[in-house]
Design a protein around this ligand. Structure first.
Ligand code: GRG
Length: 291
């Protein structure tokens, strides 16, 4: 699977380069967008989408490329805006200056706005998908990213205070980070025209993955060092942060992580049993989060 992920990543990066190369966007607009699109993201969401498609058939992978790009555009916009002074006020992301530090605040806001808006146009211009499929994808993406999903989660996160409990934490993160992961598998299911039952199992898997991802992220904030810099990840927070370690403690958070990873594996076993397709390949995503 390592190999498969590398191949899909190369494919995705070439498709993204092509998207950027042929777009008729003025260079001053494109520069801050490309700066954040191409500064070292792990491409987890597009890879989850493309891997889920590759399990169906190799031929289907190309039909997911534009949607995967749209998804990465929205993820990138969310990071640019999350780093702004009004939100997390971060100066470094992925070991490099954040967008508003590299350019300026207004440019970063607009680069995020452009990425968000362009994402939907990228799906519309996909020649490989039917109008009906594109409608479904656009609807699901707007639900996952907007006021029913990521943006609502971001607002709840900012508004959370010391009274936030475990249920609040799970709700915040299922919206803020979980919904885009779920979109990745739902998009693959829509493109591959999977039945309801298979899609639901994939959604269940993505929810366990999303929760595991967030717990892992929170644990790394306490224990980890930033990749490539060796520096502690932890920093002063502008807003009160509700995290798994702050609510449960570190050891219980590690147990919770294991519980989510095991539940994710279990969903993949069920998927494999019910469909006979090699869904265990998606274990590679869970392995990324194993401590
Ligand atoms: C500002 C509308 C708006 C939303 C922001 C997702 C989000 C909502 C903010 C990100 C803040 C954050 C650091 C959350 C923790 C989990 C997370 C999404 C980390 C970054 O995602 P990765 O690990 O990033 O996929 P890379 O760098 O690999 O692209």
């Amino acid at each position: 699977m390592e190999n498969n992920l590398l191949t899909l990543r190369t494919l995705f990066d070439s498709a993204l380069d092509e998207q950027i190369r042929f777009v008729m966007t003025p260079i001053e607009m494109l520069k801050p967008m490309v700066y954040s699109l191409k500064n070292g993201g792990k491409r987890l969401r597009p890879l989850l989408l493309l891997s889920t498609l590759s399990i169906q058939s190799t031929d289907l992978i190309k039909s997911g490329l534009k949607t995967a790009i749209a998804l990465e555009y929205i993820h990138t916009y969310s990071l640019i805006h999350d780093d702004l002074p009004a939100m997390d006020d971060d100066e470094i992301r992925r070991g490099q200056p954040t967008n508003h530090i590299q350019f300026d605040e207004a440019t970063a806001i607009l680069a995020g706005d452009a990425l968000l808006t362009d994402a939907f146009g990228i799906i519309v211009e996909d020649d490989l998908l039917s109008a009906e499929t594109k409608n479904k994808l656009i609807f699901e993406l707007s639900r996952a990213a907007g006021s029913h999903g990521m943006v609502a989660g971001q607002l709840s996160d900012i508004q959370a205070n010391e009274e936030a409990d475990f249920d609040d934490l799970v709700t915040i993160h299922s919206l803020k980070t979980g919904k885009l992961f779920t979109f990745a598998v739902k998009a693959a299911a829509i493109i591959a025209e999977l039945d309801e039952q298979e899609m639901q199992l994939l959604v269940d898997f993505s929810e366990h993955f999303g929760r595991a991802y967030q717990i892992h992220n929170d644990i790394m904030d306490v224990e980890g060092t930033e990749e490539g810099t060796g520096k502690k990840v932890k920093k002063d927070q502008k807003h009160h942060k509700v995290t798994y370690p702050s609510l449960l403690g570190l050891e219980a958070s590690k147990q919770e992580l294991k519980k989510e990873l095991d539940a994710g594996k279990d969903k993949l076993r069920q998927l494999n049993k019910q469909t006979n397709k090699p869904y265990q390949q998606l274990n590679a995503f869970l392995d990324l989060l194993t401590l």
